[in-house]
Design a binder for this molecule. Structure first.
Ligand SMILES: NC(=O)c1ccc[n+]([C@@H]2O[C@H](COP(=O)([O-])OP(=O)(O)OC[C@H]3O[C@@H](n4cnc5c(N)ncnc54)[C@H](OP(=O)(O)O)[C@@H]3O)[C@@H](O)[C@H]2O)c1
Length: 286
């Protein structure tokens, strides 16, 4: 069962699971509003595996819409976990690198492991962390999969899709070079989620990290998109986050490590450069 099946991850997961011949029930927000506790009880049955792809993902919007962000990112996942616990179903829940603050107290940053301390900087990150904790409290055998900077590269609203459109024009753009993370191709994330669905991943903390390997700034990622589509990367100017303040603070560093998660059984995702090349290739096909 897939919640949030109209979203970026939910729709890719539903398509890939169906392509593999799995028994899929993919429900959009209008078919299963996860903030309705009674619905979770009706929908979840014994033996199901629920992958919760539903979330309030507007990081800036959450700063002024805390109640809604909390309802979707924390209360909703809790209702699903409670329903799974009662029905005897399993649950895979998706979370985010924005549970970390990127502050290493002056020491060199290192990619975050699931066991590292969380300290979200934003309402979005705080509500996602509350969701993780509520899910694992209600259903300790649930698996929380944290991912980061997810994109399809297609025609949607994600970062790589947007940068492809900018690259196709001729204007210069500013891009922050002081936010470093792990860009993750949705196709690779979906592969990781299906490994978890198949019961092959057993993280001791209940939390796994699934992001493409390596790390890069938004500036570096944008340069790679431009280079990948044959546009001039010199059109991109590096700027600091102070240049264009936004309502929600983002961590300066939030790359995710695959080391502990590999020990828990998850196949590490390929390097981000390889994933981007595949995404751009897929997007260029008619
Ligand atoms: N995108 C990223 O860069 C990123 C990074 C790290 C982690 N994640 C996590 O990955 C997961 C999937 O995100 P995504 O990128 O696929 O985001 P998305 O494209 O915004 O999809 C989220 C989906 O959740 C649905 N939804 C919202 N409220 C709902 C509700 N009350 N009940 C049921 N469905 C509801 C939305 O439906 P409507 O559009 O109809 O509201 C939308 O289809 C989330 O847990 C997110 O926190 C994403």
């Amino acid at each position: 069962m897939i919640t949030g099946a109209g979203g970026q991850v939910g729709s890719f997961l539903a398509a890939e699971a169906t392509r593999q011949g799995r028994d899929v029930l993919a429900l959009t927000s209008s078919q299963w509003d996860i903030t309705d506790p009674a619905l979770a009880e009706q929908v979840v049955h014994s033996g199901d595996v629920v992958v919760n792809c539903a979330a309030y993902t507007n990081v800036d919007g959450a700063e002024s819409d805390q109640a809604r962000a909390h309802a979707v990112n924390a209360a909703g996942p809790q209702y699903i976990a409670q329903a799974c616990a009662r029905a005897g179903a399993r649950m895979v829940h998706i979370s985010t690198d924005y549970v970390f603050d990127g502050d290493f107290g002056g020491a060199a940053p290192h990619p975050y492991e699931p066991s590292d301390e969380t300290r979200p900087l934003s309402v979005y990150g705080q509500t996602k962390l509350s969701g993780e904790q509520a899910v694992l409290a209600a259903l300790p055998q649930a698996v929380v999969v944290r991912t980061a900077w997810v994109y399809t590269g297609g025609d949607g609203k994600d970062f790589v899709a947007a940068m492809r459109r900018v690259a196709a024009g001729d204007q210069a753009i500013d891009m922050v070079d002081d936010q470093i993370g792990s860009p993750t191709y949705v196709g690779d994330l979906v592969g990781a989620l299906l490994e978890v669905v198949d019961g092959r991943v057993h993280p001791p903390t209940g939390i796994a990290h699934a992001a493409n390997g390596g790390e890069v700034s938004r500036f570096g990622q944008t340069r790679a998109v431009f280079e990948g589509v044959g546009a001039d990367p010199e059109r991109i100017r590096p700027v600091s986050s102070d240049h264009n303040p936004r309502p929600a603070a983002r961590p300066a560093y939030s790359a995710l490590s695959s080391r502990e998660s590999a020990q828990a059984g998850l196949t590490p995702l390929p390097p981000w450069q390889d994933a981007l090349a595949r995404a751009l290739e897929a997007a260029s096909r008619p």
